[in-house]
Design a protein around this ligand. Sequence first.
Ligand code: SAH
Length: 226
Amino acid sequence: MHSPEQLPELVRGVGMTSQRTRDRMVARLAEKGIRDPRVLTTMAAEPRHLFLDEALSHRAYEDTSLPIGHGQTLSQPWMVARMTELVLEAAPNRVLEIGTGSGYQTLILARLVPELWSIERINALHRRATERLRLLEARAASLRLADGGHGWPEAAPFDVILLTACAGELPAPLLAQLADGGVLITPLADARGEQWLTRVRRQGDTFEQQRLESVRFVPLLEGVIR
Ligand code: SAH
């Protein structure tokens, strides 16, 4: 990828990827209702531009989702911020993310939670994310290539499970791997195909669902692409 000597400069960015541009993005996030200072500070510090192809990096700090190849997208900064706020609200120790994608949401979480596991089903994305997170020394994160619908049984139970792809129904293995009192945060499609950010809270064997805002995510798919 890049030599270690180039790294500090690359991470800091210049022009459209500079600290000023990141600060403007974060100011917009705050205007749009993101309140948690830990989320704003972390997103101001971390290089979203390194999670995109070079041809797109100048757009990294626009509040928009962007393509990362294989028909997948890097979520809009506002969405990453909102999901991270929801994760932190649960004050978790152990977090599972389904849909590593570029690894940007993974990085933000890795800076803010003690232990993080993240699963991706497309090998090319998994490998690139692994490389980036190693470079950025995101040691809290463990990554795996697998179908996330099965969860990560050896590391369960989790205080929070976060899906960054939209399911039609909640995968049973994920509900089973949720700690008592834990929450699952996911886009969920209704019968008309409209997607809702949904929070599911486990109390014993009861799962209480709360519908939050309307969202737009790529679908949760089965199987692994090597
Ligand atoms: N948080 C990511 C979002 C990427 S889009 C980012 O900001 O970059 C959602 C990702 O979920 C895609 O990479 C897609 O391949 C992945 N995905 C979809 N179904 C999956 C499954 N069953 N298991 C693991 N990953 C899945």
